[in-house]
Design a protein around this ligand. Structure first.
Ligand code: ADE
Length: 251
């Protein structure tokens, strides 16, 4: 997959892209990331990329011309590449959106700055807008890194064979079950016995149930759409009953 990132601050990307899994993905040729400085597409002496908003008001607006020129240059003849603007006004980024983006072989990400971008950038070149959450960052760069990271690890071969992205938290529609590793006892806290039993079926059942329990406790909204078996629905019913009981006793 090829990802082009348009930004005023390419140096911000150095750390995340040159370490660990993203670094290896690039070395293996599974991912290529190209950073483009939007300032290189300005035409005036001062290399201006922002200006005051028409109609007044505070803040600055990213100018239409450098951004549109940058997208057109980077996109080349390929009119079908998604051009994604990172903005708090976009659709919220979820695992589902990450999977959707991972199915493309190219993406162009635009990192907005200042108060926003000239609306005509949206009208002319943007095909999708993504927000990584309901909070406002100083710019789209950190959001772009989040998107690159979540998408890259879904590319086949990026994670090792023993590390299945399909079993991730959220990929199954549930939060993950609790994990343990050595030692079996630490400060009196013991690892659940079933995990030491060697009974793979029992381990699998325990993990599914704990994933459901955790999702019920922390993100019950996810259970509305999680694919659960009949038995797992019963288990969920028991959790709900327990809670109703607890509330009745300790209102
Ligand atoms: N730019 C500023 N805030 C953002 C957010 N929450 N998501 C994506 N891009 C942004």
């Amino acid at each position: 997959m090829r990802i082009d990132i348009l930004t005023l601050f390419p140096a911000m990307f150095a750390g995340p892209l040159t370490e660990s899994i993203l670094k290896r993905a690039q070395e293996k040729g599974l991912l290529s990331i190209h950073l483009h400085n939007i300032r290189d597409y300005t035409t005036d002496r001062h290399r201006t990329t922002d200006d005051t908003p028409y109609g007044g008001g505070g803040g600055m607006v990213m100018m239409v011309e450098p951004l549109v020129k940058a997208v057109e240059d980077v996109r080349g003849a390929d009119q079908h590449v998604p051009v994604i603007l990172l903005t708090p006004q976009g659709r919220v980024f979820t695992q589902r959106v990450a999977c959707e983006l991972a199915a493309h072989d190219r993406l162009i990400l635009i990192c907005g700055r200042y108060e926003g971008v000239d609306e005509r950038v949206r009208q002319l070149v943007v095909t999708d807008e993504i927000s990584i959450g309901d909070y406002v960052l100083t710019g789209g760069e950190l959001a772009a890194m989040v998107v690159v990271d979540a998408v890259a690890r879904l590319i086949p071969g990026v994670l090792g064979a023993r590390w299945a992205a399909e079993e991730d938290s959220h990929a199954m529609g549930l939060l993950e079950y609790p994990h343990y590793t050595r030692p079996p006892v630490f400060r009196g806290l013991v690892v659940p016995e079933v995990l030491l039993s060697g009974d793979h079926q029992a381990v699998e059942r325990w993990r599914r149930r704990e994933a459901i329990r955790r999702t019920w406790e922390r993100r019950p909204d996810l259970l509305l759409i999680a694919p659960l078996s009949e038995e797992e629905r019963w288990f969920l019913g028991e959790l709900a009953e327990d809670e109703a009981l607890r509330r009745a006793v300790h209102p």
